[in-house]
Design a protein around this ligand. Structure first.
Ligand code: URA
Length: 232
């Protein structure tokens, strides 16, 4: 691992250097594990995108947020997960899905043998909507080019959309999540061809645990696709 890569990554993904000295070693190991051999070009593109998002002007979301929440996970992953937008914990830590919904997401991933070292996670909007409201259609429209670019850079084979905001932003408004979930859709985003599947958002599943059985069906479909695509 070249030092320069570590530095770029350090700036890119809001760093995990918030524990004590001992965890410095764990932090470095995590970076090495997550980064694998991510190309310099990919890292640069991600860095540029992050800077671009951060320079957005006259945006209520940015004006009210503490931190930009860009992404978590492995930029080399062929599986990209998109949520809605950061909540209070994510805003504080600058990292997606670190709160209660994030804990459930981790469990869902674990159930199909995935974790944050082999997926890549981002959101439709990168700043916390005030009072955890849904991002407005205007806001979604404004952040969509960033999201499309983000997807293009990562170039996932599988795009996993969590909840109706991600579904509507990337697939369209004419579908409801309860009908659209659990179906594969082939989609071209920018220059990238990807297989998209939507499921319920973990925050929704915490409110409606009886719906978890459907989410489990969707997760099993993802597992099958991973095997079919021979994704390691
Ligand atoms: N909910 C989301 O949609 N994204 C997060 O990052 C956290 C909670």
């Amino acid at each position: 691992m070249k030092n320069i890569k570590k530095k770029i990554y350090h700036k890119l993904i809001n760093n995990e250097l918030r524990y004590n000295n001992k965890s410095l070693v764990r932090y470095e190991n995590n970076i090495i594990k997550k980064l694998g051999n991510v190309s310099e070009d990919k890292l640069n593109q991600l860095k540029k995108l992050k800077i671009k998002i951060n320079s957005i002007k006259n945006c209520d979301l940015k004006n009210n947020a503490k931190n930009l929440v860009f992404a978590d996970g492995n930029p080399n992953s062929l599986i990209m997960i998109i949520g809605e937008g950061p909540g209070a914990n994510e805003d504080k830590e600058g990292k997606p899905f670190v709160g209660r919904a994030g804990k459930l997401l981790d469990k869902m991933l674990e159930a199909i043998k995935l974790n944050r070292n082999n997926v890549y996670i981002s959101n439709v909007v990168n700043f916390r909507p005030p009072m955890n409201r849904r991002p407005t259609d205007e806001e979604i429209k404004r952040y969509l080019p960033f999201l499309n670019k983000h997807i293009e850079i990562i170039n996932p084979k599988i795009l996993f959309l969590l909840g109706s905001t991600a579904l509507n932003a990337l697939i369209g408004n004419e579908t409801v999540i309860s009908k659209a979930r659990g179906k594969w859709i082939s989609k071209k985003i920018g220059e990238v061809n990807t297989e998209v599947i939507a499921s319920f958002h973990p925050a929704f599943l915490m409110r409606q645990p009886d719906q978890k059985k459907y989410a489990w069906e969707d997760l099993k479909m993802i597992r099958k696709k991973i095997v079919q695509f021979k994704i390691k």
